[in-house]
Every structure is written in C-alpha cells, then in structure tokens.
Design a protein around this ligand. Structure first.
Ligand SMILES: Cc1cc2nc3c(=O)[nH]c(=O)nc-3n(C[C@H](O)[C@H](O)[C@H](O)COP(=O)(O)OP(=O)(O)OC[C@H]3O[C@@H](n4cnc5c(N)ncnc54)[C@H](O)[C@@H]3O)c2cc1C
Length: 375
C-alpha cells in the first residue's frame, strides 16, 4: 500500500484546505447559530469539483477516486462539519444511481448532482425505525405505469434543497425497493427542519408521503433490491462520516495546541505541563490512527476490495476518536471550552452525530463481529 499522496490528491487537499480557510470558516458559526443551509457554499463546492471527485468522467466527475473524496471532506469538516458533510450526503444519491441506475436515470440525474447544481436527499429512517430497514412501513403500491408511495420519513438531510430523493418503501412483495422521487411531486410534503443539537444548517427534515405517484421508470434497481441499494450507498456515506470525524478531531487538536501554547500556568506555557502533553499526545495518536484507517478504507474502495466491514470499522473508530478527542480538547480549554465564545462547543455537538447517523456504533460493532465470525 502506498502511504503517499499522489500529486492530484495533494491538489485536492490544498484546494479544499484553502476553501475551508477562506470561505467556510468565516461562515461556520453563523451557519450553526442560525441553523442556515449554506446554499452559496454548495455552489462553490460544485464549481471546485468536490461533488464529483469519485464519479466517472462520463457523468461529469473527475474519477480521482474515493481517497480524493475523503481528503476533501476531511479538510472542509475541519472548518465546518455541516458544510463538508453535504458532499457525503449527496454521495448517497450519487452512489445509488451509479451502481443501480439505468442509463436513462444516470443521464437524467447524475450530471447536475456531480456539478452541485442540484442535490440528492436519501430517506430510509422512519419514526419507528432507523437501524432496522426491514421494519420500514412506507409502502409503494403498483398502479398501472406508476407506484403510489405512502408513509413518512424523518431525519432526511438536505431535503428542502434536493431535486431528487431516494426513498425506500415496501412494494407489493413485502420487500424494500428504492425509488427516485421528485420532491415537487403532489403529496410529497417536506416538514419544517428539525432543531438538531449539532450538524446544524443541514436541513434535516421529516417528510410526509401522501399517495405520491412515481413512474415505474423511477424504480432504482430491481423490485425488492432496496436493501442492496441502501447498503451500497451507506458504505460510501460511512466513509464520508469517518472523514468528517477526522476533520473534526484534527480541528480540536489544532485548537488545543494553539490554546495551550498561548496560555500560561504558573508563569510557564501550558504546553510544559505533563498532563497537557499527555492529552495532546493521546489526541494526536488517535487522530492519526483514525485518519489512516479512513484512507485505507477509501483505498480499498478505489481498488474494488471494500466491504461493509471496512466501512463499519472506519466509521466506528473515527467517530469514537472525534468524540473522545473533542472531549479532551474541552478539558485542555477548561471553562473557556465550555462557553459559546469558542468554536469548540460546536465541534463537541457536531462530533456526536457521527456515532448515530447512518447506523449507530452498536450496529457497526455487530457488522464487524458477525463478519469476523463468518470469515
Ligand atoms: C445528523 C443526522 C443526520 C441524519 N440524516 C439522515 C438522512 O439523511 N436520511 C435518513 O434516512 N436518516 C438520517 N438520519 C437518521 C439516522 O441515520 C438514524 O437516526 C440512525 O440510523 C439510527 O436510527 P434511530 O435513530 O432510529 O435509532 P434506533 O435504531 O432506535 O437505535 C437507538 C439505539 O438502540 C440501540 N440499537 C438499535 N438497534 C440495535 C441493534 N441492532 N443492535 C444493538 N443495539 C441497537 C443502540 O444503542 C442505538 O443507539 C440522520 C441522523 C442524524 C443524527
């Protein structure tokens, strides 16, 4: 395995870092405080090619691969997890279409998703289930050339800005199928965005689906193949969440180092204290481990050798690291870290979402454990 960045990957990293520093960081606090979706930054990310790094050229991407995808997300999430995560959430619809879409579906939806001119939402969670897709109660009833979808979804990120939503529903066979649904369809109601603890500005919304008529041509994959669509897409989303976690952990480490260098304790820089050095050492080692585990998973995906176990391992570990590292950063900052004056409290709130979204850590452990048992 090659541990170096290619020249192209270095370019992606430095472009994303520059974008994060100049465009994202100045707006990060406002996006969080106002729970405001950063539409202007989405346009800019599209222009910079961040939505198409892992997408083939025939669909408007640059085919640089999933390593480039995680590098961009990591850098942007160092400034705002909300902004960087938009790439990973949009990738759920992109990946679903790429792996399961017909040529007509790809031609219709992928170019604008890849360019960032439109966004995709991905809705599987319902009020009574997030972790068990078999318990989905939304139904898709065949009716002539259409399916009629009825039910409810919740926590659908990006929904108000999406031009297409991948909706999971049980068809007449009782199996879950995936559908490409136009959010402007009659009966498709996007409710007011939820007030989340962190990850604010991502427009996470409940959806009501009241007899939404969807052409049969919008079935994604085969009837009853929805579970495969879900897992395939989520494995790429989880890679994104691992990268988001590395970005947040790195930002917390950097803030802590800056703070400890500039604060004195008993007339000495705080960095002279063995307790602070120990915390910084632990934070650094864990962040590096999460980073390289995430890059390895992305590398395996690029080489076509990526499994659900690799996705679960990267997400489980990196999200735990983000949570722990931000907690240690808060300890280093003392009471100041606990105030709204510093950005650390936002990182603290944002980091927690990584242990919940797109499958909770408990489920990730079971995926890894059961996969080991089968090997
Ligand atoms: C910021 C954010 C953005 C999100 N965006 C989206 C989105 O765009 N689209 C979408 O569809 N959803 C989205 N979600 C929803 C998210 O994916 C689900 O909330 C998540 O999968 C967990 O489902 P749940 O909340 O129903 O928890 P539950 O399934 O009710 O789990 C709650 C707890 O029960 C335990 N548990 C559950 N199942 C098991 C099990 N099998 N084994 C062991 N323990 C278990 C665990 O302790 C778990 O933490 C988002 C969530 C967040 C926080």
């Amino acid at each position: 395995m090659d541990f170096d960045y290619s020249d192209a990957e270095k370019d992606v990293k430095s472009t994303a870092r520059e974008f994060a520093a100049t465009k994202v960081r100045p707006l990060a606090r406002e996006i969080d405080e106002q729970n405001r979706f950063p539409r202007d930054l989405v346009t800019e990310m599209g222009r910079l090619g961040f939505f198409g790094l892992h997408m083939p050229e025939e669909h408007g991407g640059t085919a640089m691969g999933y390593k480039a995808y995680v590098l961009a997300i990591e850098e942007i999430c160092g400034a705002s997890m909300t902004v960087g995560a938009i790439i990973a959430i949009n990738a759920l619809a992109e990946e679903s279409l790429l792996r399961f879409g017909t040529d007509a579906q790809k031609q219709r939806y992928l170019p604008s998703l890849v360019a960032g001119e439109s966004l995709g939402a991905f809705a599987f969670t319902e009020g009574l289930t997030g972790s068990d897709p078999r318990a989905i109660t939304t139904t898709a009833t065949p009716d002539g050339d259409s399916y009629v979808i009825s039910g409810e979804k919740t926590f659908a990120s990006l929904a108000p800005s999406a031009s297409v939503a991948v909706i999971f529903a049980k068809d007449d066979t009782g199996k879950v199928s995936a559908f490409l649904v136009d959010p402007k369809s009659k009966g498709f109601v996007i409710e007011k965005e939820l007030e989340m603890l962190g990850f604010r500005g991502e427009d996470v919304c409940p959806l009501m689906l009241d007899h939404v008529r969807v052409p049969r041509a919008n079935l994604l994959g085969q009837p009853g193949q929805g579970y495969n669509v879900l897992l395939t897409a989520i494995n790429v989303g989880q890679l994104g969440i691992a990268a988001e976690s590395v970005g947040v952990a790195s930002a917390a480490l950097k803030m802590s180092l800056d703070y400890a260098r500039n604060r004195t304790v008993r007339e000495r820089p705080m960095t002279d204290l063995p307790t602070i050095q120990s915390l910084l050492g632990e934070m650094s080692a864990r962040t590096e481990a999460a980073r390289w585990l995430t890059y390895r998973a992305a590398d395996l995906k690029d080489k076509g050798r990526y499994s659900g176990k690799d996705a679960a391992t990267a997400k489980l570990f990196a999200s735990q690291v983000a949570h722990d590292v931000v907690d240690m950063a808060m300890q280093i900052h003392g009471s100041y870290g606990y105030t709204k004056e510093l950005d650390l409290e936002r990182l603290y709130r944002d980091a927690k979402s990584a242990q919940i979204a797109e499958a909770v850590s408990e489920v990730q452990r079971i995926i890894i454990g059961s996969s080991l048992a089968r090997e």
